[in-house]
Design a protein around this ligand. Structure first.
Ligand SMILES: [Fe+2]
Length: 252
């Protein structure tokens, strides 16, 4: 089993990297307000997982910031491809980074109740690796909507493009987005490509996180182990003369 947990220094440097993106791409007064907000919840955001469920991506301490940085970097890189292929720049790079940075902010919970609490269920921790559980004190609201509410509540204004990019970042994986993304009439289609770029970056990041964490657990290691075991066994069997001993080793 690959240990996906991040070291303390990595968690710290990921956090600083994320604050660095705010300072580099977001202009005042929003930059200042975002830094203030993130610092207010520093300990929780720095350590929170991208999900409380083990089966989801980056469900380990520090997994959230690790994911967010990957989405920011992925969005900047994906943007270059869209530009190269002739996409109109109907959004700014600040809007792109702002949306990527805050797309999953609602995973924090709200300011009365954080969404993730350390699991008290020993069986689920031991057998399923679920180190967190969902905090049932937190009333239901979709993650994108809670992301937007947290920003608005902290007087951090969003542009229309950012609002839509955060709201729709799950693309058609969330049927609630269909009225925006399945419109046939030209006047009802989104007027910015930003939403598709943020969605693509998020999809790519989550897929890569899944591959890194889970694919090695699906037999790759066992195959290698089995192969080397067979080699050792056949080598050992070749040098043994006694039939009885050979049979015994062969049945191992
Ligand atoms: Fe995400």
């Amino acid at each position: 089993m690959i240990n996906m947990e991040l070291k303390a220094e990595q968690i710290q440097s990921n956090w600083e990297k994320m604050l660095g993106y705010i300072n580099a791409y977001i202009s005042d007064p929003r930059r200042e307000k975002l830094i203030e907000f993130y610092k207010k919840h520093e300990e929780e955001i720095m350590l929170m997982p991208a999900s409380h469920k083990k089966a989801y991506h980056n469900s380990f301490p520090g997994g959230y910031v690790d994911h967010v940085n990957r989405v920011i970097e992925g969005a900047l890189a994906t943007n270059k491809i869209w530009v190269e292929f002739g996409a109109e720049q109907n959004y700014t790079v600040e809007e792109l980074v702002f949306s990527a940075l805050n797309h999953d902010l609602g995973k924090l919970g709200d300011e009365d109740n954080y969404a993730h609490i350390p699991s008290k269920d020993e069986w689920r921790k031991k057998n399923l690796g679920e180190m967190y559980q969902f905090n049932n004190a937190l009333p239901f609201m979709s993650v994108p909507e809670r992301s937007i509410k947290l920003l608005v509540d902290n007087d951090i204004k969003l542009t229309k493009n950012e609002w839509l990019a955060i709201r729709l970042h799950d693309g058609l994986y969330d049927p609630a987005n269909e009225p925006y993304l399945k419109a046939f009439m030209p006047e009802l289609k989104p007027r910015t490509s930003l939403i598709y770029i943020v969605h693509q970056a998020d999809l790519m990041a989550a897929r890569i996180e899944f591959e890194k964490e889970w694919l090695p657990k699906f037999g790759k290691k066992e195959v290698v182990k089995e192969k080397s075991k067979t080699n050792i066994k056949s080598k050992a069997l070749g040098s043994i003369k006694s039939e009885g001993l050979k049979n015994m080793l062969n049945s191992l």
